[in-house]
Design a protein around this ligand. Structure first.
Ligand code: UFG
Length: 329
């Protein structure tokens, strides 16, 4: 029996595929390769196609015995989602509907879902707990919340059990050096900072230094992508034990400000990395830190690579070896 990984050619998906392969699992990757990279898929069977294509999905389900699905395939840019909400509803929400319908048709009863801290919106509490209010401040987060709710009703009606994993800030690269972060366009803080020592930008722009934080810049909870990958494998194991559906935050529980991240990157790279202050970016909450107690207690999850120095050093190793990402590696 195989595990189907949708979006398995993307950043977090490809690291999860690597982890599944390392544990001897049979893997079927489904990716439309709009954001994903063929070279990021280190093994298993790759099907290039879109979840909204019923004929394509039938083929994947017919040619493989699927035990469980890990569902990453989605658009995930907050800024873009505010300009093109229709794109997000169509790909994310309708794509998930097509997937769940096919899972039900083919009798596949387990799904692990790639969710986000953006489902919470402006946090009520620090650290954020899974029981806190969900009030997304952007269309991206709203679509992820809609997808979670869809899974709840497919569980109620059809018994499809789900584990939804709400990530905080994924960062870093695989220890093998074979896969890492390559987004187009790149909007995330750590890869943008590393473009400075790579000679691809003159400075990093800091979006706002007037937040209510110790140094005025936004605080985030950075978590190593391979620790996230581990959590997906543990989530599959939970569903294999026949346990009930659940929602889990995944973060390290440590917050770092934008200025602190830049400072650690200076130490790791040995480059001065000039920073230039700018206006706030729309929709950025001041502080996002996860409580991951539930994931630790119920999934047995233990982040192993949670020092920011190590996270940035792993990203730096990958970006140095692949300064233009996969395409021109
Ligand atoms: N930032 C800068 N300069 C940059 C880029 C980012 O100062 O050039 C700041 C942002 O304003 C933010 C922090 O760095 O305060 C982190 O920004 P990222 O874009 O790396 O990550 P976000 O926290 O905005 O986004 C992450 C995930 C999203 C998810 C969101 C939840 O990438 O998918 O958390 O709010 F939706």
């Amino acid at each position: 029996m195989a595990i189907m990984v949708t979006g398995g050619a993307g950043y977090i998906g490809s690291h999860t595929v690597a982890e599944l392969l390392a544990r001897g699992e049979e893997v079927v990757v489904v990716d439309n390769l709009q954001q994903g990279h063929r070279q990021a898929v280190l093994g298993g069977k790759l099907y290039e196609g879109d979840l909204r294509d019923q004929v394509f999905l039938d083929k994947v389900f017919q040619e493989n015995k699927i035990e469980a699905v890990i569902h990453f395939a989605a658009n995930s840019l907050v800024g873009e989602s505010m300009k093109l909400p229709g794109k997000y509803y169509h790909n994310n929400v309708y794509g998930t509907l097509c997937l769940l319908e096919k899972m039900n048709e083919y009798g596949v009863g387990k799904i692990v879902f790639s969710s986000t801290a953006a489902t919470y919106g402006e946090p009520e509490n620090v650290p954020i707990q899974e029981t806190d209010r969900t009030l997304p401040t952007n269309a991206y987060g709203e679509t992820k919340l809609a997808m979670e709710k869809m899974m709840k009703w497919f569980d109620t009606a059809h018994g499809i059990k789900y584990v939804s994993l709400r990530y905080f800030n994924a960062a870093g690269a695989h220890e093998s050096g074979k896969i890492g972060e390559d987004h187009n366009p790149e909007t995330h803080l750590i890869p943008l900072i590393l473009q400075v020592p790579l000679g691809q930008r003159s400075h990093i722009t800091v979006f706002g230094n007037d937040y209510a934080t110790s140094d005025g810049t936004c605080v985030r909870d950075y978590i190593h992508v391979s620790d996230l990958a581990d959590a997906h494998v543990l989530a599959v194991e939970k569903l294999r034990r026949g346990e009930d559906s659940g929602i889990y935050n995944l973060g390290s529980g440590n917050g770092f400000s934008v200025n602190e991240v830049i400072e650690v990157a200076r130490q790791v790279t040995g480059h001065p990395i000039p920073a230039v202050m700018e206006q706030r970016r729309a929709g950025d909450p001041a502080v996002l830190i996860a409580s991951s107690e539930r994931a630790r207690a119920e999934l047995g999850w233990q982040p192993k690579r949670d020092k920011l120095e190590n996270i940035i050093a792993s990203a730096w190793a990958w970006h140095q070896a692949n300064p233009h990402g996969y395409a021109k590696a």
